[in-house]
Design a protein around this ligand. Structure first.
Ligand code: ZN
Length: 401
Protein backbone atom coordinates (compact mmCIF):
# COMPACT_ATOMS: atom_id res chain seq x y z
CA UNK A 1 0.00 0.00 0.00
CA UNK A 2 2.96 2.30 0.36
CA UNK A 3 3.30 4.89 -2.39
CA UNK A 4 7.04 4.79 -1.84
CA UNK A 5 8.07 1.92 -4.01
CA UNK A 6 10.96 -0.32 -3.06
CA UNK A 7 11.40 -3.73 -4.50
CA UNK A 8 10.68 -5.94 -1.51
CA UNK A 9 13.69 -7.88 -0.37
CA UNK A 10 13.74 -10.38 2.42
CA UNK A 11 16.67 -10.50 4.76
CA UNK A 12 17.84 -13.72 3.17
CA UNK A 13 17.98 -12.01 -0.19
CA UNK A 14 20.05 -9.14 1.09
CA UNK A 15 23.27 -10.41 -0.43
CA UNK A 16 22.27 -8.98 -3.77
CA UNK A 17 19.47 -10.85 -5.33
CA UNK A 18 18.08 -9.73 -8.62
CA UNK A 19 15.77 -6.80 -8.06
CA UNK A 20 12.86 -5.91 -10.23
CA UNK A 21 14.84 -3.67 -12.50
CA UNK A 22 13.53 -1.22 -14.97
CA UNK A 23 13.28 -1.22 -18.69
CA UNK A 24 15.46 -0.08 -21.53
CA UNK A 25 17.67 2.88 -22.27
CA UNK A 26 20.67 3.02 -20.12
CA UNK A 27 23.14 5.48 -21.52
CA UNK A 28 26.53 3.95 -21.93
CA UNK A 29 28.84 6.81 -22.65
CA UNK A 30 32.09 7.99 -21.26
CA UNK A 31 32.21 11.44 -22.83
CA UNK A 32 31.77 14.34 -20.46
CA UNK A 33 32.29 12.13 -17.45
CA UNK A 34 35.88 12.99 -16.67
CA UNK A 35 35.12 15.81 -14.32
CA UNK A 36 37.69 16.28 -11.57
CA UNK A 37 35.03 17.16 -8.99
CA UNK A 38 33.61 13.66 -9.36
CA UNK A 39 37.01 12.12 -8.78
CA UNK A 40 36.02 9.95 -5.85
CA UNK A 41 34.67 7.01 -7.84
CA UNK A 42 35.86 5.41 -11.07
CA UNK A 43 33.34 5.00 -13.86
CA UNK A 44 32.48 1.38 -14.64
CA UNK A 45 30.94 0.17 -17.87
CA UNK A 46 29.03 -2.93 -17.05
CA UNK A 47 27.47 -5.30 -19.54
CA UNK A 48 24.69 -7.35 -18.05
CA UNK A 49 21.82 -9.55 -19.07
CA UNK A 50 18.62 -8.35 -17.45
CA UNK A 51 15.67 -10.40 -16.20
CA UNK A 52 14.13 -10.48 -19.66
CA UNK A 53 17.36 -11.79 -21.19
CA UNK A 54 18.25 -8.50 -22.90
CA UNK A 55 21.87 -7.42 -22.88
CA UNK A 56 22.40 -3.89 -21.70
CA UNK A 57 25.20 -1.56 -20.82
CA UNK A 58 25.14 0.40 -17.56
CA UNK A 59 27.66 3.19 -16.98
CA UNK A 60 27.93 3.99 -13.30
CA UNK A 61 29.75 3.62 -10.02
CA UNK A 62 29.82 0.52 -7.87
CA UNK A 63 28.21 1.04 -4.48
CA UNK A 64 28.67 -2.47 -3.20
CA UNK A 65 30.33 -5.71 -4.21
CA UNK A 66 28.81 -8.77 -2.59
CA UNK A 67 30.77 -11.75 -1.41
CA UNK A 68 29.43 -13.77 -4.34
CA UNK A 69 30.61 -11.17 -6.87
CA UNK A 70 27.22 -9.51 -7.37
CA UNK A 71 27.16 -5.74 -7.73
CA UNK A 72 24.99 -2.83 -6.70
CA UNK A 73 25.57 -0.13 -9.29
CA UNK A 74 24.35 3.46 -9.42
CA UNK A 75 24.27 4.74 -12.98
CA UNK A 76 24.83 8.30 -14.15
CA UNK A 77 21.09 8.99 -14.01
CA UNK A 78 20.98 7.99 -10.33
CA UNK A 79 19.25 4.67 -11.05
CA UNK A 80 20.21 1.64 -9.01
CA UNK A 81 21.00 -1.70 -10.62
CA UNK A 82 21.47 -4.93 -8.76
CA UNK A 83 23.52 -7.37 -10.82
CA UNK A 84 23.88 -11.00 -9.86
CA UNK A 85 27.07 -12.89 -10.80
CA UNK A 86 25.01 -14.83 -13.38
CA UNK A 87 23.85 -11.62 -15.01
CA UNK A 88 27.23 -9.93 -15.11
CA UNK A 89 28.83 -10.24 -18.57
CA UNK A 90 31.71 -7.78 -18.20
CA UNK A 91 32.90 -4.94 -15.98
CA UNK A 92 35.35 -2.45 -17.53
CA UNK A 93 36.86 0.73 -16.17
CA UNK A 94 37.74 3.00 -19.10
CA UNK A 95 39.74 5.32 -16.83
CA UNK A 96 37.12 8.06 -16.42
CA UNK A 97 35.63 9.29 -13.20
CA UNK A 98 31.96 8.92 -12.38
CA UNK A 99 29.78 11.98 -12.83
CA UNK A 100 26.03 12.47 -12.85
CA UNK A 101 24.31 13.17 -16.16
CA UNK A 102 23.51 16.77 -17.00
CA UNK A 103 19.87 17.84 -16.87
CA UNK A 104 19.73 17.68 -20.67
CA UNK A 105 21.19 14.17 -20.79
CA UNK A 106 18.89 12.99 -18.06
CA UNK A 107 15.85 14.45 -19.81
CA UNK A 108 16.85 12.77 -23.07
CA UNK A 109 17.33 9.45 -21.29
CA UNK A 110 13.86 9.51 -19.73
CA UNK A 111 12.33 10.71 -22.98
CA UNK A 112 13.89 7.70 -24.74
CA UNK A 113 12.66 5.37 -22.04
CA UNK A 114 9.09 6.65 -22.26
CA UNK A 115 9.18 6.44 -26.03
CA UNK A 116 10.27 2.82 -25.75
CA UNK A 117 7.28 2.16 -23.48
CA UNK A 118 5.10 3.83 -26.11
CA UNK A 119 1.63 5.33 -26.31
CA UNK A 120 2.31 8.75 -24.82
CA UNK A 121 1.41 12.06 -26.42
CA UNK A 122 4.07 14.50 -27.59
CA UNK A 123 6.73 14.49 -24.91
CA UNK A 124 8.47 17.65 -23.76
CA UNK A 125 11.28 18.23 -21.29
CA UNK A 126 11.33 21.14 -18.86
CA UNK A 127 14.32 21.81 -16.63
CA UNK A 128 14.73 23.92 -13.52
CA UNK A 129 17.42 24.31 -10.87
CA UNK A 130 16.88 20.85 -9.39
CA UNK A 131 14.32 19.09 -11.63
CA UNK A 132 13.91 17.57 -15.05
CA UNK A 133 10.26 17.15 -15.93
CA UNK A 134 9.30 14.95 -18.88
CA UNK A 135 5.64 15.25 -19.73
CA UNK A 136 2.99 14.79 -22.37
CA UNK A 137 0.57 17.16 -20.71
CA UNK A 138 0.06 20.91 -21.10
CA UNK A 139 2.92 23.29 -20.45
CA UNK A 140 0.96 25.45 -17.94
CA UNK A 141 0.52 22.48 -15.61
CA UNK A 142 4.20 21.56 -16.00
CA UNK A 143 5.28 25.14 -15.22
CA UNK A 144 2.99 25.28 -12.19
CA UNK A 145 4.33 21.92 -10.93
CA UNK A 146 7.98 22.87 -11.46
CA UNK A 147 7.52 26.14 -9.54
CA UNK A 148 5.86 24.26 -6.68
CA UNK A 149 8.57 21.57 -6.61
CA UNK A 150 11.36 24.13 -6.45
CA UNK A 151 9.55 25.98 -3.69
CA UNK A 152 9.11 22.73 -1.75
CA UNK A 153 12.75 21.78 -2.25
CA UNK A 154 13.96 25.11 -0.88
CA UNK A 155 11.49 25.05 2.01
CA UNK A 156 12.44 21.49 2.95
CA UNK A 157 16.14 22.34 3.02
CA UNK A 158 15.58 25.58 4.95
CA UNK A 159 13.33 23.88 7.49
CA UNK A 160 15.85 21.17 8.31
CA UNK A 161 18.67 23.65 8.47
CA UNK A 162 16.69 25.58 11.08
CA UNK A 163 16.08 22.34 12.92
CA UNK A 164 19.83 21.73 13.04
CA UNK A 165 19.83 18.86 10.52
CA UNK A 166 22.02 19.70 7.56
CA UNK A 167 21.02 18.45 4.16
CA UNK A 168 22.89 18.80 0.87
CA UNK A 169 22.09 19.63 -2.73
CA UNK A 170 20.81 16.64 -4.68
CA UNK A 171 23.72 15.04 -6.51
CA UNK A 172 21.54 14.12 -9.49
CA UNK A 173 18.94 16.21 -11.27
CA UNK A 174 15.59 14.98 -9.95
CA UNK A 175 13.45 13.36 -12.64
CA UNK A 176 9.68 13.84 -12.61
CA UNK A 177 7.29 12.41 -15.19
CA UNK A 178 3.80 13.93 -15.54
CA UNK A 179 1.30 12.08 -17.72
CA UNK A 180 -2.02 13.37 -18.98
CA UNK A 181 -3.73 10.02 -19.31
CA UNK A 182 -4.47 7.72 -16.40
CA UNK A 183 -4.26 4.79 -18.78
CA UNK A 184 -0.67 5.69 -19.68
CA UNK A 185 0.10 6.36 -16.03
CA UNK A 186 -1.02 2.80 -15.30
CA UNK A 187 1.01 1.51 -18.24
CA UNK A 188 4.18 3.14 -16.90
CA UNK A 189 3.49 1.80 -13.40
CA UNK A 190 3.26 -1.67 -14.97
CA UNK A 191 6.52 -1.08 -16.80
CA UNK A 192 8.04 -0.05 -13.46
CA UNK A 193 6.76 -3.34 -12.03
CA UNK A 194 4.63 -1.57 -9.49
CA UNK A 195 1.14 -1.81 -11.01
CA UNK A 196 -0.62 -1.09 -7.70
CA UNK A 197 0.91 2.40 -7.71
CA UNK A 198 -1.43 3.41 -10.50
CA UNK A 199 -4.34 3.47 -8.01
CA UNK A 200 -3.13 6.80 -6.63
CA UNK A 201 -2.12 10.13 -8.13
CA UNK A 202 1.61 9.47 -8.09
CA UNK A 203 4.51 7.44 -6.75
CA UNK A 204 8.21 7.76 -6.08
CA UNK A 205 10.19 4.83 -7.46
CA UNK A 206 13.32 4.35 -5.38
CA UNK A 207 15.28 2.32 -7.96
CA UNK A 208 14.76 4.91 -10.68
CA UNK A 209 14.94 7.91 -8.32
CA UNK A 210 11.91 9.19 -10.26
CA UNK A 211 8.57 10.70 -9.25
CA UNK A 212 5.67 9.89 -11.56
CA UNK A 213 2.47 11.93 -11.45
CA UNK A 214 -0.79 11.89 -13.29
CA UNK A 215 -2.10 15.27 -14.48
CA UNK A 216 -4.17 16.42 -11.51
CA UNK A 217 -6.13 18.89 -13.63
CA UNK A 218 -7.29 16.16 -15.98
CA UNK A 219 -10.82 14.85 -15.56
CA UNK A 220 -12.34 11.76 -17.08
CA UNK A 221 -11.60 13.05 -20.56
CA UNK A 222 -7.92 13.69 -19.80
CA UNK A 223 -8.21 17.34 -20.69
CA UNK A 224 -5.41 19.67 -19.70
CA UNK A 225 -5.54 23.25 -18.53
CA UNK A 226 -4.59 25.79 -21.18
CA UNK A 227 -3.37 28.62 -18.98
CA UNK A 228 -1.65 29.03 -15.65
CA UNK A 229 -4.81 30.67 -14.30
CA UNK A 230 -6.83 27.66 -15.32
CA UNK A 231 -4.33 25.36 -13.62
CA UNK A 232 -4.64 27.33 -10.38
CA UNK A 233 -8.43 27.22 -10.57
CA UNK A 234 -8.54 23.45 -11.16
CA UNK A 235 -5.87 22.73 -8.57
CA UNK A 236 -7.74 24.80 -5.99
CA UNK A 237 -10.67 22.41 -6.36
CA UNK A 238 -8.51 19.37 -5.99
CA UNK A 239 -6.38 19.89 -2.90
CA UNK A 240 -6.30 16.18 -2.03
CA UNK A 241 -4.45 15.51 -5.27
CA UNK A 242 -2.01 18.34 -4.62
CA UNK A 243 -1.25 16.70 -1.29
CA UNK A 244 -0.17 13.59 -3.18
CA UNK A 245 2.18 15.60 -5.38
CA UNK A 246 3.76 17.22 -2.34
CA UNK A 247 3.98 13.89 -0.51
CA UNK A 248 5.77 12.13 -3.39
CA UNK A 249 8.04 15.09 -4.06
CA UNK A 250 9.01 15.16 -0.37
CA UNK A 251 10.07 11.50 -0.58
CA UNK A 252 12.22 12.33 -3.59
CA UNK A 253 13.91 15.29 -1.90
CA UNK A 254 14.46 13.38 1.36
CA UNK A 255 16.13 10.50 -0.52
CA UNK A 256 18.38 12.87 -2.46
CA UNK A 257 19.58 15.42 0.06
CA UNK A 258 21.16 13.15 2.66
CA UNK A 259 18.18 12.50 4.91
CA UNK A 260 17.45 8.92 3.79
CA UNK A 261 19.72 6.51 1.99
CA UNK A 262 18.29 4.55 -0.89
CA UNK A 263 18.63 0.79 -0.42
CA UNK A 264 19.48 0.97 3.23
CA UNK A 265 17.00 -0.04 5.91
CA UNK A 266 14.67 2.94 6.25
CA UNK A 267 11.74 2.23 8.59
CA UNK A 268 8.60 3.05 6.64
CA UNK A 269 7.01 4.87 9.60
CA UNK A 270 9.91 7.32 9.34
CA UNK A 271 9.98 7.91 5.56
CA UNK A 272 6.19 8.21 5.46
CA UNK A 273 6.13 10.32 8.61
CA UNK A 274 8.51 12.83 7.02
CA UNK A 275 6.47 12.97 3.81
CA UNK A 276 3.25 13.52 5.78
CA UNK A 277 4.85 16.20 7.95
CA UNK A 278 5.29 18.24 4.76
CA UNK A 279 2.29 17.18 2.74
CA UNK A 280 -0.14 20.00 3.54
CA UNK A 281 0.18 22.16 0.42
CA UNK A 282 0.85 25.86 0.58
CA UNK A 283 -0.64 27.15 -2.66
CA UNK A 284 -0.69 30.80 -1.68
CA UNK A 285 2.95 31.62 -1.09
CA UNK A 286 5.05 32.65 -4.03
CA UNK A 287 8.31 31.98 -2.22
CA UNK A 288 7.96 30.28 1.15
CA UNK A 289 6.02 27.23 2.31
CA UNK A 290 4.19 28.13 5.46
CA UNK A 291 2.38 24.88 6.09
CA UNK A 292 5.31 22.68 7.13
CA UNK A 293 4.40 20.77 10.24
CA UNK A 294 0.85 22.08 10.35
CA UNK A 295 -1.49 19.72 12.14
CA UNK A 296 -2.68 17.35 9.46
CA UNK A 297 -6.40 17.13 10.22
CA UNK A 298 -7.08 14.08 8.07
CA UNK A 299 -4.30 12.11 9.68
CA UNK A 300 -5.14 13.31 13.19
CA UNK A 301 -8.82 12.41 12.82
CA UNK A 302 -7.90 9.02 11.42
CA UNK A 303 -5.51 8.40 14.31
CA UNK A 304 -8.11 9.40 16.89
CA UNK A 305 -10.67 7.07 15.40
CA UNK A 306 -8.06 4.29 15.29
CA UNK A 307 -7.00 4.98 18.89
CA UNK A 308 -10.60 4.77 20.07
CA UNK A 309 -11.62 1.63 18.20
CA UNK A 310 -8.75 -0.52 17.02
CA UNK A 311 -5.40 0.49 18.47
CA UNK A 312 -3.71 -2.32 20.40
CA UNK A 313 -1.58 -1.79 23.51
CA UNK A 314 1.55 -2.80 21.56
CA UNK A 315 0.71 -0.56 18.61
CA UNK A 316 3.82 1.58 18.85
CA UNK A 317 5.98 -1.52 18.92
CA UNK A 318 4.39 -3.05 15.82
CA UNK A 319 4.66 0.28 14.00
CA UNK A 320 8.38 0.44 14.72
CA UNK A 321 9.63 -3.11 14.52
CA UNK A 322 8.61 -3.94 10.94
CA UNK A 323 6.92 -2.45 7.89
CA UNK A 324 4.15 -5.06 7.91
CA UNK A 325 1.23 -2.82 8.87
CA UNK A 326 1.95 -0.59 5.87
CA UNK A 327 1.86 -3.53 3.50
CA UNK A 328 -1.74 -4.62 4.14
CA UNK A 329 -4.67 -2.64 2.78
CA UNK A 330 -6.70 -3.29 5.98
CA UNK A 331 -4.09 -1.83 8.31
CA UNK A 332 -2.26 0.71 6.13
CA UNK A 333 -4.46 3.77 6.70
CA UNK A 334 -4.22 3.40 10.48
CA UNK A 335 -0.48 2.81 10.25
CA UNK A 336 -0.05 5.98 8.19
CA UNK A 337 -2.02 7.98 10.72
CA UNK A 338 0.06 6.61 13.58
CA UNK A 339 3.28 7.33 11.66
CA UNK A 340 2.10 10.91 11.14
CA UNK A 341 1.24 11.25 14.83
CA UNK A 342 4.55 9.86 16.03
CA UNK A 343 6.66 11.90 13.61
CA UNK A 344 4.77 15.09 14.39
CA UNK A 345 5.12 14.50 18.13
CA UNK A 346 8.84 13.74 17.92
CA UNK A 347 9.77 16.66 15.66
CA UNK A 348 7.80 19.09 17.80
CA UNK A 349 8.87 17.86 21.21
CA UNK A 350 12.22 16.08 20.76
CA UNK A 351 13.91 17.78 17.79
CA UNK A 352 17.50 17.07 18.82
CA UNK A 353 16.79 13.42 19.49
CA UNK A 354 14.92 13.18 16.20
CA UNK A 355 17.89 14.62 14.29
CA UNK A 356 20.24 12.14 15.96
CA UNK A 357 17.89 9.29 15.05
CA UNK A 358 17.71 10.46 11.42
CA UNK A 359 21.51 10.49 11.24
CA UNK A 360 21.74 7.02 12.69
CA UNK A 361 19.25 5.62 10.17
CA UNK A 362 20.91 7.45 7.26
CA UNK A 363 24.21 5.78 8.17
CA UNK A 364 22.79 2.24 7.89
CA UNK A 365 24.67 -0.01 5.46
CA UNK A 366 23.31 -0.73 2.00
CA UNK A 367 21.19 -3.81 1.46
CA UNK A 368 21.15 -4.92 5.06
CA UNK A 369 17.78 -5.17 6.72
CA UNK A 370 17.52 -4.84 10.46
CA UNK A 371 15.76 -7.36 12.65
CA UNK A 372 12.79 -6.11 14.69
CA UNK A 373 14.95 -6.06 17.85
CA UNK A 374 17.44 -3.72 16.19
CA UNK A 375 14.69 -1.40 15.00
CA UNK A 376 13.33 -1.20 18.52
CA UNK A 377 16.68 -0.68 20.17
CA UNK A 378 17.58 2.14 17.72
CA UNK A 379 14.34 3.85 18.65
CA UNK A 380 14.72 3.33 22.39
CA UNK A 381 18.33 4.57 22.30
CA UNK A 382 17.11 7.80 20.74
CA UNK A 383 13.81 8.43 22.52
CA UNK A 384 13.61 6.21 25.60
CA UNK A 385 11.13 3.50 26.55
CA UNK A 386 8.11 2.80 24.39
CA UNK A 387 5.37 2.96 27.08
CA UNK A 388 6.55 6.39 28.19
CA UNK A 389 6.84 7.63 24.58
CA UNK A 390 3.36 6.28 23.83
CA UNK A 391 1.87 7.97 26.89
CA UNK A 392 3.55 11.31 26.10
CA UNK A 393 2.52 11.12 22.44
CA UNK A 394 -1.13 10.48 23.30
CA UNK A 395 -1.14 13.30 25.83
CA UNK A 396 0.41 15.65 23.23
CA UNK A 397 -2.15 14.65 20.60
CA UNK A 398 -5.06 15.24 22.97
CA UNK A 399 -3.87 18.82 23.41
CA UNK A 400 -3.89 19.47 19.66
CA UNK A 401 -7.61 20.25 19.89
ZN1 ZN B 1 4.68 8.02 0.93
Amino acid sequence: MSDLVFPQLTRRQATLTLLAMLGPTQLCRSDDSNKPEAAAAPLHQIMLRDASGTERCVAGRILLTAADGGLLVEDRAGRLWSVTPEQLLSDDTPGDFFSPLSVEELGRGWMDELQAVGGFGTLTTTVSDHYVVVSDTGQPLVDWTVAMLERLHDAFRAFWSQQGFETHDPEFPLPVVILRSREQFAKLAGHDRTPASSQGQGYFLVTANRTTLVDLTAGEAASTAGTLGEVRRLVGRNSASVTTVVHEATHQIAFNCGMHRRYADNPIWLTEGIAMYFETPDLNSRRGWRTIGRVNRNRLNQFREFATKRRQPDSLQTLLDSNARFAQAETAIDAYSEAWALTHFLIKTKPREFNAYLLKIAAKPLLQWDQPEQRLSDFKDAFGDLPETDRAMQQYLRRLG
